[in-house]
Each structure stands twice: as C-alpha cells, then as structure tokens.
Design a protein around this ligand. Structure first.
Ligand code: PEP
Ligand code: MN
Length: 263
C-alpha cells in the first residue's frame, strides 16, 4: 500500500490547513521535551511570528537512560494543546504506548512514532486505527525497506495519513550523532507516495550543521524540515547541546526562506 506503483499520485497530509506533500517546504519546530507552560509558550510565539503553524514537543520521552528526564507525560500534552490553541498551531507529539493513544487524540494533531518504536508493531497497528496523521521516524538502524514496511503496518489498518521522517542512522561515523541519510529522501519519494521530512536535529546532533543539512534536505526534495528549539538550550532537560535558541531559530528560518522559494 505504501508503494507508488499502487498509488502513483502523491499523498498530501492535511495538518490543520498545512498540506504536507504539496511541494512547499513545511517546518515542524519546537522543544525536544515539554518542560513547562512558559517554555513552550515562548517557542510557540516565535514559531507563530515566523508564520509557521506546526509545533512539536515531547511529552512522553523515550530516553536512552532510565535516570534521565522521562517527560511530563499527560501534563505535557495538556500544555502543548493549551499553547497551540493560543497561537492557532497544530501539535505534533510522540506517543510511546498504545494505551496512551486514545487520550492523546484530544490533545495532538499528529501522532509521532519515534525512531525507537519504528518496529513497535502494536503501536503501529494502533496508530493505523485512528483518524489522525502519523509522523513516523526511521529506526536507528532501519533500512529503507524496513522503514517502508513500518509505514505499511499503519496503512494496512486503514490510516494513509503518514509523514515519513528521516532522522539519521547509526554508522561508524562519530563526527555527527547519527549519519543523515540524505539519499533516503529521493528514494522514499520514488518508492512511496508519502511525504518525507528530514529531522536535522537528531540526525546531526550539531547546531552548526542544522542549516546546511536543512538546505540539503530541501534541495533534494524533502517536504519538510524538523528541528528543535528551546528558549534556553543550556538548561534544557534533554538534547541541550543541539537545540537552537530563539534568535538562532529566527536566523535559521530566515536563511531558509531566502535560499528557496518557500511557504
Ligand atoms: C524526537 O523527535 O523527539 C525524538 C526522540 O527523535 P527520534 O525518535 O528520531 O530519536
Ligand atoms: Mn530531542
């Protein structure tokens, strides 16, 4: 079902009026983790001032260490919804557990399935049964074929509103946190009819690479770019090294708007 051979025309995912897959570049921006109402509000205000509408933020955080901040959980979803409604933004947030899915539907506009859960088949099936778009990230060590099969699990349950997200893969290279597999974008665009985004934050893990990698993503045909923004990254409870602060976010968006015909 994911194959372009089965459906030659592009799938366009409508997220509160942003049509992802329509040929424009869409931005999904926001903090790694929801930490407080005020933190999310500051980022949402900056997003809104740039004319963007898609707010991301993790309420349930899939952390490598059980001793690291695990997210605010349900309270995080409530904060996201409240702030998003104040600025008329859409909420994109990761769900880890199929049992949290139904509750989350009242708070999120897009369900994110993270890299660590790309092959959580119960979660994929559950996300396939809801009527909300799903942003599916590529697994840490997943091949493109495995990534497409993960999307197939969602589609096979009847949900075709899927956005694929390349977020870097594990290689021997240590200069970046993961290796951004930029050629996955045109391969996925060719093999599937689904929109494809690139997460420049988790793929690079380096602030100095966010802009060049976002430019590369747009140039190679990505439908959107995801990146993390925090009012004060130095004190962020997760991914503190690679989140942009608000002036950096403004420079990032301005530079991308200049370098391409966008939104
Ligand atoms: C995220 O986007 O918040 C995240 C945890 O990313 P990934 O699943 O790609 O590691
Ligand atoms: Mn993060």
């Amino acid at each position: 079902l994911v194959s372009r051979k089965k459906k030659p025309e592009d799938t366009i995912v409508n997220v509160k009026g942003e049509h992802i897959g329509d040929g424009q570049t869409h931005f999904v921006m926001g903090p790694c983790a929801v930490e407080s109402y005020e933190q999310v509000r500051q980022v949402a205000q900056a997003i809104s001032q740039q004319g963007l509408t898609l707010l991301r933020g993790g309420a349930y955080k899939p952390r490598t260490s059980p001793y690291d901040f695990q997210g605010l959980g349900f309270e995080g979803l409530q904060i996201l919804r409240k702030v998003a409604d104040e600025f008329n933004l859409a909420v994109i947030s990761e769900i880890l557990n199929p049992n949290d899915l139904e509750t989350a539907l009242d708070y999120v506009d897009v369900i994110q399935i993270g890299a660590r859960n790309m092959q959580n088949f119960d979660l994929l099936k559950a996300a396939g049964q809801v009527r909300k778009p799903v942003l599916l990230k590529r697994g840490l060590s997943a091949t493109i074929e495995e990534f497409m099969y993960a999307a197939e699990y969602i589609l096979a349950q009847g949900n075709s509103d899927i956005i694929l997200c390349e977020r870097g893969i594990r290689t021997y290279e240590k200069a970046t946190r993961n290796t951004l597999d930029i050629s996955a974008v045109p391969i996925l665009k060719k093999e599937t009819h689904l929109p494809v985004m690139v997460d420049v934050t988790h793929s690079t893990g380096r602030k100095d690479l966010l802009l060049p990698c976002a430019k590369a993503a747009i140039a190679i045909g990505a439908d959107g770019v995801m990146a993390e923004v925090h009012p004060d990254p130095a004190v962020a409870l997760s991914d503190s090294a690679q989140q942009m602060n608000i002036p950096e976010f403004n420079e990032f968006i301005t530079a991308l708007k200049k370098s391409a015909a966008l939104v």
